[in-house]
Design a protein around this ligand. Structure first.
Ligand code: F6P
Length: 342
């Protein structure tokens, strides 16, 4: 039996740990593994590499993905993606495909599985908003990186009596902003789930300053929006799946806050720093467990599912669950963070 693996969409710390776990498990059972490079682009172009024991050595702590990634969509422009993918898998003698990705990559995987291909998914995003699983790997690493940044920004904000706005990733959901803001002691956290009034934000900062604090840290998700307004972006560019390139709400807040309050304000966009580098121990373990679960699904011919974490248990759920609405921030977690606002 030959299993192929691909990684699609934005990269995420822990991808290599998943690849390692899948390969180790299938090799141990006497099967073969290959990897398609650059996500679905590798399948469309027939660009694959063998994955033997030596190819996965040293992968556990390594960030990024050795298979590379892309946001290629096999169904773009009305193409018959299923036919193209099926032909390539047959040409390569592939019996099963493990797809590691987020909403878009897994959306393609679910469509292929519905068309009868042997596909198993592994959910991935630092945003932690994929439905069907309680947690995605990469999130813990992103939160740690953002928390370290907030700690550092605290000291410089204090030195200069400044408002520092820290923009973190989170397109649909404020998991990273809320968790890092809670861990870093943010004075205000803005998330996509709660459109904000800029007047309220400024009133909040003024009242904090009236109590004698001359600096503040505001953490905002990239997907946070002013009430009644849309997403704030810098370029207006979109990707192959039609998503806007986010990033810019921090600068918008910097301008509005400085103008309305007269306080000195600076925005810091953490951006892809949050996706780079070595995964935390927690993410390495989660990625490994999800990879083993996906390999077990393949070995037992249990297709059309994705590995998932439910509580402390790793299990499988139907791949179609990845297409449900994003898993939004737990309101109780936000309420806990709110206690420390101001
Ligand atoms: O989907 C995960 C994510 O990290 C989003 O939070 C962010 O908007 C997006 O990826 C950016 O991805 P890229 O710049 O790689 O297209």
């Amino acid at each position: 039996m030959k299993t192929a693996i691909l990684t699609g969409g934005g990269d995420c710390p822990g991808l290599n740990a998943v690849i390692r776990a899948v390969v180790r498990r299938v090799l141990a059972e006497g099967h073969e593994a290959i990897g398609y490079r650059r996500g679905w682009a590798g399948v469309l172009e027939g660009d694959s590499v063998e994955l033997g024991r030596k190819d996965i050595a040293g992968l556990l702590p390594r960030g990024g993905t050795i298979l590379l990634s892309s946001r290629t969509n096999p169904y773009a422009d009305g193409a018959d993606g299923t036919q193209v993918v099926r032909k390539q898998l047959e040409a390569d003698g592939v019996d099963a495909l493990v797809v590691i990705g987020g909403e878009d990559t897994l959306g393609v995987a679910a469509r292929l599985a519905a068309d009868g291909l042997g596909v198993v998914g592994v959910p991935k995003t630092i945003d932690n908003d994929l439905p069907g699983t309680d947690r995605t790997f990469g999130f813990d690493t992103a939160v740690q990186i953002a928390t370290d940044a907030i700690d550092r920004l605290h000291t410089t904000a204090e030195s200069h009596d400044r408002i520092i706005i820290v923009e973190v990733m989170g397109r649909h959901a404020g998991w990273i902003a809320c968790a890092a803001g809670l861990a870093g002691g943010a004075d205000l956290i803005l998330v996509p789930e709660r459109p904000f009034e800029i007047d309220t934000v400024c009133a909040h900062l003024r009242s904090r300053h009236e109590t004698g604090r001359s600096f503040s840290i505001v953490v905002t998700s990239e997907g946070a929006t002013p009430a009644g307004g849309g997403l704030v972006t810098q370029t207006g560019a979109t990707d192959a799946f039609g998503h806007a390139r986010l990033g810019g709400i921090g600068f918008w807040l910097e301008g509005e806050i400085a103008q309305r309050t007269g306080y000195d304000a600076r925005a810091v966009i953490l951006g892809h720093v949050q996706r780079g580098g070595t995964p935390t121990a927690t993410d390495r373990i989660l990625a490994t467990r999800l990879g083993l679960q996906a390999a077990d699904a393949v070995l037992s011919g249990h297709f059309g599912v994705m590995a998932a974490l439910h509580g402390t248990e790793v299990t499988t759920v139907p791949l179609a669950r990845a297409l449900e609405t994003p898993r939004l921030l737990d309101p109780d977690l936000y309420a806990d963070a709110e206690v420390f606002f101001g």
